[in-house]
Write a protein that binds this ligand. Structure first.
Ligand code: HEM
Length: 162
């Protein structure tokens, strides 16, 4: 634990994290990038999940997935670096913030849930690509995904209050 605390303090002492804390515009700009990124990420994932749950059944799941999930993955190029920069500004405090720890845990579970979805029910997508209900396992994965990302967003917002 002492080693982790040392790393967090070293991170908070870097010129970059000092600039994030002291600069008038750097932190808000990075936060705007973070928010823009996760708006695309969570928006894309939730719209895909709603299709799997049975909305807009005339829309082909594979074509919609190829479009939306590509943007979801690309948005990580904004979300993660911006998130790490925001974290670096207050690393010691955030590492002890229960909302931040829960947020990272939910992000990992959401990632594993997406992986399980693609490795399991999505393999049979050709049989439910259009005008057919998705199998129960796919709908369960989609529903869980929406709840998990809602949890991530809630934890993200709560960071400022805890
Ligand atoms: C991957 C999906 C992610 C989502 C959906 C997400 C979502 C959010 C949300 C909703 C906020 C609150 C924004 C506000 O209301 O001002 C936030 C803030 C924050 N996020 Fe993320 N985040 C994600 C990933 C990350 C990662 C990977 C990190 C760092 C390792 C991170 C670090 C932060 C920090 C430090 C803040 C606090 C900013 C502040 O309140 O000043 N986020 N995030």
């Amino acid at each position: 634990m002492a080693a982790a605390a040392g790393v967090l303090q070293a991170l908070a002492a870097t010129p970059l994290s000092s600039a994030m804390r002291e600069g008038a515009w750097l932190y808000p700009i990075v936060e705007i990038v973070h928010i823009a990124g996760f708006a695309v990420l969570v928006g894309s994932v939730v719209l895909f999940d709603l299709r799997v749950l049975g909305f807009a059944r005339n829309l082909p799941v594979v074509a919609l997935g190829n479009h939306l999930l590509r943007w979801a993955l690309a948005s990580l190029l904004l979300v993660v670096p911006a998130g790490l920069l925001l974290f670096s500004a207050h690393s010691v405090e955030l590492a002890n913030n229960p909302a931040f720890i829960l947020k990272l845990v939910l992000i990992v579970i959401a990632g594993l849930n997406a992986l399980a979805f693609h490795l399991l029910p999505y393999r049979s997508v050709a049989s439910w690509d259009r005008d057919r209900p998705a199998p129960p396992l796919a709908r369960a994965g989609a529903g869980l995904s929406i709840l998990l990302w809602l949890g991530v967003i809630s934890c993200g917002r709560m960071l400022a209050y805890l």
